[in-house]
Design a protein around this ligand. Structure first.
Ligand code: G
Ligand code: G
Ligand code: MN
Ligand code: NA
Length: 249
């Protein structure tokens, strides 16, 4: 309740900021970063998004915060080499707001970033309702040249009909499946199938939460297109990005 009140002013006080986690094409090229929202609370310290995003959504603040995230991430990406992409997570409220495509089009225009450098990540939960509208939204974004990733794939209500009906460019396999992918044979069968399915549908695959060399090696062997996780690069502060990009591959 205290948090709720201070979240209302967090944005204007500059307490929200973004970290950037590298997306790696095996074996080691940086192809872009995923923006991850953080809140530096003056008394409590750093509060993770899993704590404050639900509050922001419940209080109707997520549209404004989400807009700020998009603009901030795009401005930041403009300072990087132009081959690098920027991935931004969308909250369900943002996706369902009805104004998302206008907002995104306006921001990329204002910031002056190429649309194909922007990737929007959505989770399956937003697809459960208003399906026809959702397909329209995704198609419009696609026509603009923006790429769409299905985040946290494999958990929740994963439905194969989403893959048939929605225009995703990338499928991000949830960390849940990656944790023991080097040792668990059932999990391996599932991940291998997801990779083949995605490739068959013309999508690329990103593995999330890669924490060990053994996991990375297995995924590379199975033709996973992109790896993300603390083993390859933890979320970075803005000032750390330059060095990370320049590091020897
Ligand atoms: O960074 P971390 O692992 O704490 O993120 C936890 C969750 O918060 C993840 O599900 C992530 O997708 C989500 N998240 C991080 N940044 C943003 C953001 O800018 N907007 C939205 N809607 N979700 C975010
Ligand atoms: O839901 P989404 O995939 O957007 O959330 C990504 C979250 O996963 C971020 O909060 C990020 O901090 C976290 N994360 C990224 N890499 C790793 C990792 O290797 N291990 C763990 N445990 N979490 C990670
Ligand atoms: Mn994500
Ligand atoms: Na995820």
């Amino acid at each position: 309740e205290n948090l709720r009140r201070s979240l209302r002013t967090a944005l204007e006080r500059g307490e929200l900021y973004l970290e950037y986690q590298p997306l790696i094409r095996p074996p080691s090229s940086v192809i872009g970063f995923e923006a991850l929202l953080r809140w530096r609370h003056p008394e409590i310290g750093i509060i993770p998004p899993s704590v404050f995003i639900p509050i922001a959504e419940a209080d109707g603040l997520m549209d404004e915060i989400g807009r700020w995230v998009l603009e901030e991430a795009c401005r930041q990406a403009l300072t990087w080499p132009s081959s690098l992409t920027i991935a931004v997570n969308l909250s369900p409220a943002q996706f369902l707001s009805g104004s998302l495509t206008d907002t995104v089009a306006q921001i990329i225009d204002e910031v002056g970033i190429r649309a194909d450098r922007l990737e929007l990540e959505i989770t399956e939960t937003v697809l459960l309702e208003k399906t026809v509208d959702n397909i329209d939204t995704l198609n419009t974004l696609n026509v603009l040249g923006i790429r769409i990733s299905l985040d946290d794939f494999g958990t929740y209500y994963s439905s194969l009909s989403y893959l048939k009906n929605f225009p995703f460019d990338t499928l991000k396999i949830d960390q849940y499946f990656i944790t023991d992918v080097d040792t668990d044979s059932k999990g391996q069968t599932i991940v291998r199938s997801i990779i083949n399915l995605a490739h068959g549908l013309g999508m690329s695959v990103t593995a999330e939460g890669v924490e060990t060399w053994a996991q990375a090696r297995w995924l590379i062997k199975e033709n996973c297109d992109c790896l993300q996780g603390n083993f390859l690069g933890r979320p970075l502060e803005i000032e750390e990005i330059g060095d990370f990009i320049k590091r020897p591959a």
